[in-house]
Write a protein that binds this ligand. Structure first.
Ligand SMILES: Cc1ncc(COP(=O)(O)O)c(C=O)c1O
Length: 428
């Protein structure tokens, strides 16, 4: 039986597009479209690949919820031994509900509210990645009120030059809003170490996303290690963790994925020399290739000499093409004899609503299905209700079986928080 692999976990087997052992067409018919379909085997493989690569040093892999935060995906990762990285009270809630122990959770984010910091302290998370002196002072105050000592790591802006494919996913360059500017870190660390209700337990960085070169990791890790050495010289010896963030890229098209062997060679010795435990916060690397979005073609159209395929998914289901200009491979559920160059667009009332532009695709007709590949990271989590569209369903495939793990939203869900008869309040 002929088999051609689309991406890890997804293949055309004897003409039938499958996720692991389950036909995607069957899922589309039974669950409806648009639908996100995740491959459990791919998630396991990717986690284990990274875990093995990091094995020469003591390490913890904290999966980043923001990439994809479905409870079933989280439980799968929890069972593999992963921790998590959360950036909001909502993500903390999800992580706890998915059964992660508080000390398997790290809490980050550039704009944490006092309420979120208090929730993190009350939950007893492993550490909070703080991004400014002002935030550390708030944490100290909140911890004092609770009679506890907060565990804080400082997110350093390593000010490293990057090759990330889009400006919006660079975070560790000079002048970005994230982290503590490199030349202020020693000062903030000394302030932190001097606080009565805070323990300074780590240094953290996150360079950016979809990175394929290893050099920025080497450079950033060396910068963290030199800060660590300077802190030791100044008598600050409470650090336990060196967190080098997420950012490892995946293949969407022809990109060269990061060379993990080179990563181990260039980055891990620097970590080993510090004697600290390594933390990584991968998102895309684990989940990026692990899902496809199945959408149905509603119409074919020709306008101004251009061919359009109008699908039932667009920017409300998958924002990445219109927001980041991101490329996602798209294939027809059934291969046709002819191809055409088309724009694949969605139903949303925006000219920027597209999944692909000028793409050569099987000459597909209304009623047929398209499969948009590699949508696991920053896919469903960025879906919106714009145009009062219902967010799609999510399905997890594991071997020869599948389960709906997020129901499709209903019209009632759209109105759930609206107050039809509001209570008016008088005065200024
Ligand atoms: C602080 C932090 N850690 C980890 C990640 C995960 O990045 P990625 O999905 O590229 O691995 C992000 C993503 O933006 C982030 O901001």
């Amino acid at each position: 039986m002929g088999q051609s692999v689309l991406t890890t976990g997804f293949a055309r087997v004897g003409g039938v597009l499958q996720c692991e052992g389950v036909s995607l067409e069957r899922i589309a018919r039974e669950v409806g479209t648009p639908v996100y379909v995740y491959s459990a085997a791919t998630i396991r493989d990717r986690y284990e690949l990274l875990d093995r690569m990091l094995s020469p040093v003591p390490h913890r892999v904290h999966y980043t919820l923001k990439a994809s935060s479905n409870a079933a995906v989280l439980k799968l990762l929890r069972d593999l031994g992963a921790g998590v990285d959360v950036v909001s009270g909502g993500e903390l809630h999800r992580a706890l509900r998915a059964g992660f122990a508080p000390d398997d959770i790290i809490f980050g984010g550039v704009g944490k509210t006092e309420r979120e910091l208090a929730e993190a302290l009350d939950a007893g998370v492993l550490l909070i990645n703080a991004e400014s002196e002002a935030e550390v002072l708030i944490i100290d105050r909140l911890a004092r009120h609770r009679g506890i000592t907060a565990r804080v790591s400082l997110r350093v802006n390593p000010e490293v030059t990057l090759d990330s494919p889009h400006e919006y996913i660079k975070t560790g360059g000079k002048g970005h809003k994230f982290g503590i500017p490199y030349d202020e870190v020693i000062h903030v660390a000394e302030v932190t170490a001097g606080l009565a209700n805070v323990d300074l337990v780590g240094l953290d960085m996150h360079l950016g996303s979809q990175l394929s070169r290893i050099d920025p990791y080497r450079e950033g890790t060396e910068r963290l290690a030199s800060i660590f050495a300077e802190l030791q010289k100044r008598g600050i010896d409470t650090l336990e963790y060196l967190d080098i963030g997420g950012g490892l890229g995946v293949r969407y098209d022809t990109e060269e994925p990061p060379d993990l062997r080179r990563f181990a060679e260039l980055v891990l010795p620097t970590v080993a020399d510090t004697g600290l435990q390594l933390i990584m916060e991968p998102g895309r690397f684990i989940i990026g290739n692990a899902a496809a979005l199945v959408t149905q073609v509603l119409y074919r159209k020709r306008s101004g000499g251009k061919d359009y395929v109008v699908a039932d998914a667009g920017m409300t289901e998958l924002l990445r093409p219109s927001h980041y200009g991101a490329y996602h491979k798209i294939v027809a559920m059934h291969e046709g004899a002819e191809t055409k160059t088309v724009d694949v667009v969605g139903p949303v009332c925006e000219s920027g609503d597209f999944l692909a532009l000028d793409r050569e695709l099987d000459d597909i007709q209304p009623g047929e299905y398209l499969v948009v590949c590699d949508v696991g990271a920053y896919g469903y989590v960025m879906a919106s209700n714009y145009n009062s569209r219902q967010r799609p369903a999510e399905v997890l495939v594991d071997g020869d079986r599948y389960a709906v793990v997020t129901a499709r939203e209903t019209y009632d869900d759209l109105l759930r928080l609206e107050i039809a008869q509001p209570e008016w309040r008088e005065g200024n």
